[in-house]
Design a protein around this ligand. Structure first.
Ligand code: APR
Ligand code: PHB
Length: 391
Protein backbone atom coordinates (compact mmCIF):
# COMPACT_ATOMS: atom_id res chain seq x y z
CA UNK A 1 0.00 0.00 0.00
CA UNK A 2 1.30 3.51 -0.88
CA UNK A 3 1.64 6.25 1.74
CA UNK A 4 -1.54 8.21 2.56
CA UNK A 5 -1.49 11.55 0.71
CA UNK A 6 -2.36 14.52 2.93
CA UNK A 7 -4.78 16.88 1.18
CA UNK A 8 -4.67 20.62 1.78
CA UNK A 9 -6.79 23.43 0.38
CA UNK A 10 -6.12 27.11 -0.11
CA UNK A 11 -7.35 29.89 -2.38
CA UNK A 12 -4.01 30.70 -4.07
CA UNK A 13 -1.09 28.25 -4.20
CA UNK A 14 2.14 30.19 -4.62
CA UNK A 15 5.16 28.32 -5.97
CA UNK A 16 8.39 30.00 -4.81
CA UNK A 17 9.12 32.02 -1.68
CA UNK A 18 11.43 34.65 -3.24
CA UNK A 19 10.42 38.33 -3.20
CA UNK A 20 7.60 37.84 -5.74
CA UNK A 21 5.96 34.91 -3.92
CA UNK A 22 6.18 36.41 -0.43
CA UNK A 23 4.99 39.87 -1.45
CA UNK A 24 2.01 38.38 -3.31
CA UNK A 25 1.15 36.19 -0.36
CA UNK A 26 1.25 39.19 2.00
CA UNK A 27 -0.83 41.46 -0.24
CA UNK A 28 -3.46 38.72 -0.69
CA UNK A 29 -3.56 38.21 3.08
CA UNK A 30 -4.34 41.92 3.53
CA UNK A 31 -7.39 41.42 1.27
CA UNK A 32 -8.48 38.39 3.31
CA UNK A 33 -7.35 35.93 0.60
CA UNK A 34 -5.66 32.78 1.82
CA UNK A 35 -2.49 31.37 0.24
CA UNK A 36 0.14 28.68 0.80
CA UNK A 37 3.72 29.28 -0.36
CA UNK A 38 5.80 26.26 -1.42
CA UNK A 39 9.55 26.99 -1.39
CA UNK A 40 12.17 24.35 -2.15
CA UNK A 41 14.94 26.00 -0.10
CA UNK A 42 15.22 26.74 3.63
CA UNK A 43 14.32 30.18 5.02
CA UNK A 44 17.98 30.76 6.00
CA UNK A 45 19.09 29.99 2.43
CA UNK A 46 16.65 32.37 0.72
CA UNK A 47 17.47 35.15 3.20
CA UNK A 48 21.23 34.83 2.60
CA UNK A 49 21.09 35.26 -1.18
CA UNK A 50 22.78 38.47 -2.32
CA UNK A 51 20.83 40.10 -5.13
CA UNK A 52 20.23 43.57 -6.55
CA UNK A 53 19.50 46.72 -4.62
CA UNK A 54 17.83 49.57 -6.57
CA UNK A 55 14.10 50.24 -6.09
CA UNK A 56 11.87 52.33 -8.34
CA UNK A 57 9.35 54.65 -6.61
CA UNK A 58 6.54 52.27 -7.67
CA UNK A 59 8.21 49.36 -5.83
CA UNK A 60 8.69 51.47 -2.70
CA UNK A 61 5.05 52.61 -2.87
CA UNK A 62 3.86 48.99 -3.12
CA UNK A 63 5.95 47.93 -0.10
CA UNK A 64 4.55 50.91 1.85
CA UNK A 65 1.00 50.01 0.83
CA UNK A 66 1.65 46.50 2.14
CA UNK A 67 2.93 47.95 5.46
CA UNK A 68 6.38 46.51 4.76
CA UNK A 69 8.46 49.67 4.46
CA UNK A 70 9.43 50.33 8.11
CA UNK A 71 13.12 49.43 7.71
CA UNK A 72 13.17 50.53 4.08
CA UNK A 73 11.98 54.04 4.99
CA UNK A 74 14.56 54.20 7.80
CA UNK A 75 17.62 52.66 6.08
CA UNK A 76 16.96 53.05 2.33
CA UNK A 77 19.27 55.54 0.59
CA UNK A 78 17.63 58.12 -1.68
CA UNK A 79 19.58 58.53 -4.94
CA UNK A 80 18.60 61.49 -7.10
CA UNK A 81 21.11 60.67 -9.84
CA UNK A 82 23.92 58.38 -10.95
CA UNK A 83 27.28 58.86 -12.66
CA UNK A 84 28.36 57.45 -15.99
CA UNK A 85 31.97 57.24 -17.11
CA UNK A 86 32.61 56.82 -20.84
CA UNK A 87 36.37 56.41 -21.25
CA UNK A 88 37.77 59.72 -20.02
CA UNK A 89 34.40 61.54 -20.02
CA UNK A 90 32.16 61.79 -16.94
CA UNK A 91 28.44 62.47 -16.83
CA UNK A 92 26.01 62.78 -13.95
CA UNK A 93 22.43 61.99 -14.92
CA UNK A 94 20.17 63.97 -12.61
CA UNK A 95 17.08 61.76 -12.23
CA UNK A 96 15.31 64.23 -9.95
CA UNK A 97 15.76 67.22 -12.28
CA UNK A 98 14.87 65.22 -15.41
CA UNK A 99 11.91 63.23 -14.07
CA UNK A 100 10.93 64.57 -10.65
CA UNK A 101 11.66 61.11 -9.19
CA UNK A 102 14.51 59.28 -7.45
CA UNK A 103 15.43 55.65 -6.80
CA UNK A 104 15.99 54.05 -3.38
CA UNK A 105 19.01 51.86 -2.69
CA UNK A 106 17.97 49.02 -0.33
CA UNK A 107 19.19 45.44 -0.73
CA UNK A 108 16.87 42.71 -1.99
CA UNK A 109 18.36 40.59 0.80
CA UNK A 110 16.82 43.00 3.34
CA UNK A 111 13.47 42.99 1.51
CA UNK A 112 13.48 39.18 1.66
CA UNK A 113 13.98 39.36 5.45
CA UNK A 114 11.29 42.04 5.87
CA UNK A 115 8.86 39.91 3.87
CA UNK A 116 9.75 36.74 5.80
CA UNK A 117 9.21 38.53 9.14
CA UNK A 118 5.88 40.02 8.02
CA UNK A 119 4.56 36.66 6.81
CA UNK A 120 5.67 34.99 10.05
CA UNK A 121 3.97 37.71 12.18
CA UNK A 122 0.74 37.31 10.22
CA UNK A 123 0.85 33.51 10.63
CA UNK A 124 1.25 32.93 6.88
CA UNK A 125 1.86 29.39 5.66
CA UNK A 126 5.23 29.03 3.95
CA UNK A 127 6.34 25.44 3.52
CA UNK A 128 10.12 25.59 3.15
CA UNK A 129 12.04 22.64 1.77
CA UNK A 130 8.98 21.53 -0.21
CA UNK A 131 10.30 19.14 -2.84
CA UNK A 132 9.11 17.55 -6.11
CA UNK A 133 6.61 20.35 -6.69
CA UNK A 134 4.40 19.45 -9.67
CA UNK A 135 1.48 21.47 -11.08
CA UNK A 136 -1.63 19.69 -12.38
CA UNK A 137 -4.84 20.61 -14.15
CA UNK A 138 -3.94 24.32 -14.32
CA UNK A 139 -6.73 25.24 -16.74
CA UNK A 140 -9.64 23.82 -14.74
CA UNK A 141 -9.29 22.75 -11.10
CA UNK A 142 -5.63 23.30 -10.24
CA UNK A 143 -3.70 21.24 -7.75
CA UNK A 144 -0.08 21.03 -6.72
CA UNK A 145 1.60 17.82 -5.57
CA UNK A 146 4.78 17.97 -3.52
CA UNK A 147 6.62 16.29 -0.67
CA UNK A 148 7.26 17.96 2.67
CA UNK A 149 9.16 16.38 5.55
CA UNK A 150 9.29 13.23 3.44
CA UNK A 151 5.47 12.98 3.15
CA UNK A 152 3.57 13.34 -0.15
CA UNK A 153 0.96 16.13 -0.10
CA UNK A 154 -1.67 17.52 -2.43
CA UNK A 155 -2.68 21.19 -2.38
CA UNK A 156 -6.01 22.08 -4.06
CA UNK A 157 -6.60 25.72 -4.94
CA UNK A 158 -8.52 28.24 -7.08
CA UNK A 159 -5.36 29.65 -8.68
CA UNK A 160 -1.64 28.96 -8.89
CA UNK A 161 0.91 31.80 -8.90
CA UNK A 162 4.20 30.63 -10.44
CA UNK A 163 6.75 32.79 -8.59
CA UNK A 164 9.48 30.16 -8.80
CA UNK A 165 12.16 32.00 -10.75
CA UNK A 166 13.77 31.09 -14.05
CA UNK A 167 14.45 27.42 -13.15
CA UNK A 168 11.18 26.57 -11.37
CA UNK A 169 8.51 24.15 -12.67
CA UNK A 170 5.64 26.63 -13.26
CA UNK A 171 6.50 27.91 -16.73
CA UNK A 172 6.73 24.33 -18.02
CA UNK A 173 3.10 23.75 -16.91
CA UNK A 174 1.98 25.94 -19.83
CA UNK A 175 1.61 23.62 -22.86
CA UNK A 176 4.61 24.08 -25.17
CA UNK A 177 2.28 24.66 -28.12
CA UNK A 178 0.90 27.78 -26.39
CA UNK A 179 4.14 29.20 -25.01
CA UNK A 180 6.40 31.49 -26.99
CA UNK A 181 9.78 32.43 -25.58
CA UNK A 182 12.45 34.93 -26.58
CA UNK A 183 15.97 34.57 -25.33
CA UNK A 184 19.33 36.23 -25.73
CA UNK A 185 22.39 35.12 -23.82
CA UNK A 186 25.20 37.62 -23.59
CA UNK A 187 28.86 36.74 -24.17
CA UNK A 188 29.90 38.04 -20.76
CA UNK A 189 29.07 37.76 -17.06
CA UNK A 190 29.23 39.99 -13.96
CA UNK A 191 31.65 39.25 -11.18
CA UNK A 192 30.31 40.86 -8.00
CA UNK A 193 31.80 41.47 -4.57
CA UNK A 194 30.19 42.67 -1.34
CA UNK A 195 32.46 44.27 1.28
CA UNK A 196 32.20 46.37 4.40
CA UNK A 197 33.94 49.44 3.08
CA UNK A 198 32.81 53.02 2.42
CA UNK A 199 31.38 53.34 -1.11
CA UNK A 200 33.59 55.01 -3.75
CA UNK A 201 31.05 57.87 -4.12
CA UNK A 202 27.65 58.98 -2.78
CA UNK A 203 25.87 57.71 -5.90
CA UNK A 204 26.25 54.71 -8.23
CA UNK A 205 28.96 54.85 -10.90
CA UNK A 206 28.45 52.96 -14.17
CA UNK A 207 31.74 52.84 -16.12
CA UNK A 208 32.27 51.87 -19.77
CA UNK A 209 36.02 51.21 -19.60
CA UNK A 210 38.20 49.81 -22.38
CA UNK A 211 39.00 46.84 -20.07
CA UNK A 212 35.24 46.21 -19.73
CA UNK A 213 32.23 47.45 -17.76
CA UNK A 214 32.43 48.23 -14.04
CA UNK A 215 29.79 49.32 -11.51
CA UNK A 216 30.27 50.83 -8.07
CA UNK A 217 27.10 50.31 -6.03
CA UNK A 218 26.33 50.12 -2.33
CA UNK A 219 24.04 48.73 0.33
CA UNK A 220 24.65 51.34 3.04
CA UNK A 221 27.11 54.16 3.85
CA UNK A 222 29.54 51.48 5.06
CA UNK A 223 28.81 48.54 2.73
CA UNK A 224 29.83 48.52 -0.96
CA UNK A 225 28.82 46.32 -3.87
CA UNK A 226 31.08 46.30 -6.94
CA UNK A 227 30.76 44.49 -10.24
CA UNK A 228 33.00 44.01 -13.28
CA UNK A 229 32.35 42.49 -16.67
CA UNK A 230 34.18 39.17 -17.08
CA UNK A 231 33.76 36.19 -19.41
CA UNK A 232 31.21 33.47 -18.48
CA UNK A 233 34.05 30.92 -18.51
CA UNK A 234 36.04 32.65 -15.75
CA UNK A 235 35.84 31.21 -12.25
CA UNK A 236 36.14 32.82 -8.82
CA UNK A 237 39.48 30.99 -8.45
CA UNK A 238 40.83 33.26 -11.21
CA UNK A 239 39.96 36.29 -9.08
CA UNK A 240 41.61 36.35 -5.65
CA UNK A 241 40.55 39.48 -3.72
CA UNK A 242 43.74 41.44 -4.43
CA UNK A 243 43.47 40.98 -8.19
CA UNK A 244 39.81 41.96 -8.10
CA UNK A 245 40.37 45.17 -6.11
CA UNK A 246 43.24 46.13 -8.47
CA UNK A 247 40.90 45.60 -11.42
CA UNK A 248 38.18 47.78 -9.79
CA UNK A 249 40.74 50.56 -9.33
CA UNK A 250 41.87 50.25 -12.96
CA UNK A 251 38.28 50.57 -14.21
CA UNK A 252 36.80 52.93 -11.60
CA UNK A 253 39.73 54.96 -10.29
CA UNK A 254 41.74 55.21 -7.08
CA UNK A 255 38.75 56.03 -4.80
CA UNK A 256 37.99 52.28 -4.52
CA UNK A 257 39.22 50.96 -1.14
CA UNK A 258 39.99 47.23 -0.65
CA UNK A 259 38.40 45.15 2.11
CA UNK A 260 37.80 41.44 2.73
CA UNK A 261 34.98 40.01 0.60
CA UNK A 262 31.74 39.14 2.43
CA UNK A 263 30.51 37.48 -0.77
CA UNK A 264 31.77 37.00 -4.32
CA UNK A 265 29.83 35.55 -7.21
CA UNK A 266 29.77 35.30 -10.99
CA UNK A 267 26.40 35.67 -12.74
CA UNK A 268 25.85 35.19 -16.48
CA UNK A 269 23.73 37.83 -18.24
CA UNK A 270 20.50 36.76 -19.88
CA UNK A 271 17.49 38.37 -21.55
CA UNK A 272 14.38 36.17 -21.59
CA UNK A 273 10.61 36.63 -22.01
CA UNK A 274 7.87 33.99 -21.92
CA UNK A 275 4.44 34.76 -23.35
CA UNK A 276 1.64 34.45 -22.28
CA UNK A 277 2.11 34.98 -18.57
CA UNK A 278 -1.24 33.32 -17.81
CA UNK A 279 -2.62 29.95 -18.83
CA UNK A 280 -6.06 29.16 -17.40
CA UNK A 281 -5.71 29.47 -13.64
CA UNK A 282 -1.90 29.63 -13.63
CA UNK A 283 -0.12 32.99 -13.54
CA UNK A 284 3.62 33.49 -13.94
CA UNK A 285 5.22 36.40 -12.06
CA UNK A 286 8.77 37.73 -11.79
CA UNK A 287 11.80 35.73 -12.93
CA UNK A 288 9.55 32.75 -13.82
CA UNK A 289 8.34 34.78 -16.81
CA UNK A 290 11.20 37.12 -17.68
CA UNK A 291 14.87 37.83 -17.05
CA UNK A 292 16.71 41.07 -17.76
CA UNK A 293 20.46 41.65 -17.62
CA UNK A 294 21.13 43.57 -14.39
CA UNK A 295 22.55 46.68 -16.07
CA UNK A 296 19.27 48.62 -15.77
CA UNK A 297 18.48 47.35 -12.22
CA UNK A 298 15.04 46.25 -13.38
CA UNK A 299 14.72 42.57 -12.25
CA UNK A 300 13.14 43.07 -8.84
CA UNK A 301 11.12 46.11 -9.95
CA UNK A 302 9.56 44.15 -12.81
CA UNK A 303 8.77 41.29 -10.45
CA UNK A 304 6.99 43.66 -8.04
CA UNK A 305 5.11 45.25 -10.89
CA UNK A 306 3.75 41.79 -11.92
CA UNK A 307 2.80 41.13 -8.31
CA UNK A 308 0.85 44.41 -8.08
CA UNK A 309 -1.12 43.59 -11.24
CA UNK A 310 -1.80 40.02 -10.09
CA UNK A 311 -2.83 41.05 -6.59
CA UNK A 312 -5.34 43.55 -7.96
CA UNK A 313 -6.67 41.05 -10.52
CA UNK A 314 -7.20 38.34 -7.87
CA UNK A 315 -8.72 40.80 -5.38
CA UNK A 316 -11.25 41.94 -8.03
CA UNK A 317 -12.13 38.31 -8.76
CA UNK A 318 -12.64 37.36 -5.10
CA UNK A 319 -14.44 40.57 -4.13
CA UNK A 320 -16.62 41.25 -7.18
CA UNK A 321 -16.31 38.14 -9.41
CA UNK A 322 -14.70 40.56 -11.85
CA UNK A 323 -12.59 38.63 -14.38
CA UNK A 324 -11.30 41.64 -16.36
CA UNK A 325 -8.00 41.91 -14.44
CA UNK A 326 -7.32 38.19 -14.76
CA UNK A 327 -7.97 38.27 -18.49
CA UNK A 328 -5.77 41.35 -19.01
CA UNK A 329 -2.97 40.14 -16.69
CA UNK A 330 -0.56 38.84 -19.32
CA UNK A 331 -0.91 41.74 -21.76
CA UNK A 332 -0.74 44.34 -18.96
CA UNK A 333 2.48 42.88 -17.55
CA UNK A 334 4.12 42.23 -20.91
CA UNK A 335 3.82 45.87 -21.99
CA UNK A 336 6.07 46.90 -19.11
CA UNK A 337 8.25 43.79 -19.42
CA UNK A 338 9.20 44.56 -23.03
CA UNK A 339 9.98 48.20 -22.20
CA UNK A 340 12.24 47.03 -19.39
CA UNK A 341 13.83 44.44 -21.71
CA UNK A 342 14.53 47.21 -24.21
CA UNK A 343 16.06 49.48 -21.58
CA UNK A 344 18.17 46.70 -20.03
CA UNK A 345 19.41 45.63 -23.49
CA UNK A 346 20.24 49.26 -24.38
CA UNK A 347 22.10 49.89 -21.09
CA UNK A 348 24.01 46.64 -21.57
CA UNK A 349 25.05 47.57 -25.12
CA UNK A 350 25.89 51.12 -24.02
CA UNK A 351 28.22 50.16 -21.20
CA UNK A 352 29.89 46.81 -21.92
CA UNK A 353 32.84 45.99 -24.05
CA UNK A 354 30.90 44.07 -26.69
CA UNK A 355 32.84 44.61 -29.92
CA UNK A 356 36.47 45.03 -30.93
CA UNK A 357 37.72 48.65 -30.66
CA UNK A 358 38.20 48.96 -34.44
CA UNK A 359 34.68 47.72 -35.29
CA UNK A 360 31.73 49.64 -36.72
CA UNK A 361 29.66 48.73 -33.66
CA UNK A 362 32.29 50.14 -31.30
CA UNK A 363 32.15 53.45 -33.17
CA UNK A 364 28.36 53.44 -32.78
CA UNK A 365 28.76 52.89 -29.04
CA UNK A 366 31.10 55.89 -28.85
CA UNK A 367 28.58 57.97 -30.79
CA UNK A 368 25.90 56.96 -28.28
CA UNK A 369 28.16 58.09 -25.40
CA UNK A 370 28.64 61.41 -27.18
CA UNK A 371 24.89 61.84 -27.62
CA UNK A 372 24.29 61.27 -23.92
CA UNK A 373 27.00 63.82 -23.06
CA UNK A 374 25.40 66.49 -25.25
CA UNK A 375 21.67 65.76 -25.48
CA UNK A 376 19.31 66.39 -22.59
CA UNK A 377 16.44 64.44 -24.25
CA UNK A 378 18.78 61.39 -24.42
CA UNK A 379 19.57 61.75 -20.73
CA UNK A 380 15.86 62.19 -19.98
CA UNK A 381 15.13 58.90 -21.79
CA UNK A 382 17.72 57.13 -19.65
CA UNK A 383 16.49 58.77 -16.44
CA UNK A 384 12.81 58.05 -17.17
CA UNK A 385 13.45 54.35 -17.77
CA UNK A 386 15.83 54.07 -14.82
CA UNK A 387 13.39 55.48 -12.26
CA UNK A 388 10.57 53.41 -13.77
CA UNK A 389 8.26 53.89 -16.68
CA UNK A 390 4.57 54.51 -15.99
CA UNK A 391 2.07 51.77 -16.93
N1 APR B 1 9.82 24.39 -5.95
C1 APR B 1 9.64 25.39 -5.05
N2 APR B 1 10.29 26.55 -5.09
C2 APR B 1 11.14 26.75 -6.10
C3 APR B 1 11.37 25.77 -7.10
C4 APR B 1 10.67 24.54 -7.00
N3 APR B 1 10.85 23.55 -7.87
N4 APR B 1 12.28 26.25 -7.98
C5 APR B 1 12.61 27.47 -7.54
N5 APR B 1 11.95 27.78 -6.41
C6 APR B 1 12.09 28.98 -5.57
C7 APR B 1 13.54 29.46 -5.45
O1 APR B 1 14.23 28.74 -4.44
C8 APR B 1 13.36 30.91 -5.10
O2 APR B 1 13.32 31.13 -3.70
O3 APR B 1 11.44 30.07 -6.19
C9 APR B 1 12.01 31.27 -5.69
C10 APR B 1 12.14 32.24 -6.85
O4 APR B 1 12.68 33.43 -6.35
P1 APR B 1 13.57 34.41 -7.25
O5 APR B 1 14.46 33.63 -8.12
O6 APR B 1 14.16 35.39 -6.31
O7 APR B 1 12.49 35.11 -8.21
P2 APR B 1 11.41 36.24 -7.91
O8 APR B 1 10.77 36.04 -6.57
O9 APR B 1 10.58 36.33 -9.12
O10 APR B 1 12.27 37.56 -7.74
C11 APR B 1 12.76 38.28 -8.79
O11 APR B 1 14.86 38.17 -7.77
O12 APR B 1 16.31 36.79 -8.90
C12 APR B 1 16.04 38.08 -8.60
O13 APR B 1 16.80 39.38 -10.42
C13 APR B 1 15.71 38.80 -9.83
O14 APR B 1 15.52 40.71 -8.64
C14 APR B 1 14.75 39.75 -9.30
C15 APR B 1 13.94 39.04 -8.31
C1 PHB C 1 23.41 46.36 -7.08
O1 PHB C 1 23.63 47.20 -6.21
O2 PHB C 1 23.47 45.14 -6.83
C2 PHB C 1 23.08 46.82 -8.46
C3 PHB C 1 22.91 48.17 -8.69
C4 PHB C 1 22.62 48.60 -9.97
C5 PHB C 1 22.53 47.69 -11.00
C6 PHB C 1 22.69 46.33 -10.76
C7 PHB C 1 22.97 45.89 -9.48
O3 PHB C 1 22.27 48.13 -12.25
Amino acid sequence: MGAEIATLRTQVAIIGGGPSGLLLSHLLHLEGIDSVVLECQSRAYVEARIRAGVLEPGSVALLRQAGLAGRLDRDGLIHEGASFVFGDQQLRVDFAALTGHHVTVYGQTEIQKDLGDARARAGGTILHEAHDVALHNVDAAPLVRFTHNGAPQELHCDFIAGCDGFHGPSRAAIPASMLKTWERSWPFAWLGILADVKPAADELIYAAHERGFALASMRSPTRSRYYIQCTPEESLDDWPDDRLWDEFRLRLGPSVTSAPALEKSIAPLRSFVAEPMRHGRLFLAGDAAHIVPPTGAKGLNLAFSDVRVLWQALAAWYQRSDTAGIEAYSATCLRRVWRAERFSWWMTMLLHRVHAPASFEHQLQRAEHGLLMTSEPMRAMLAESYVGLPE
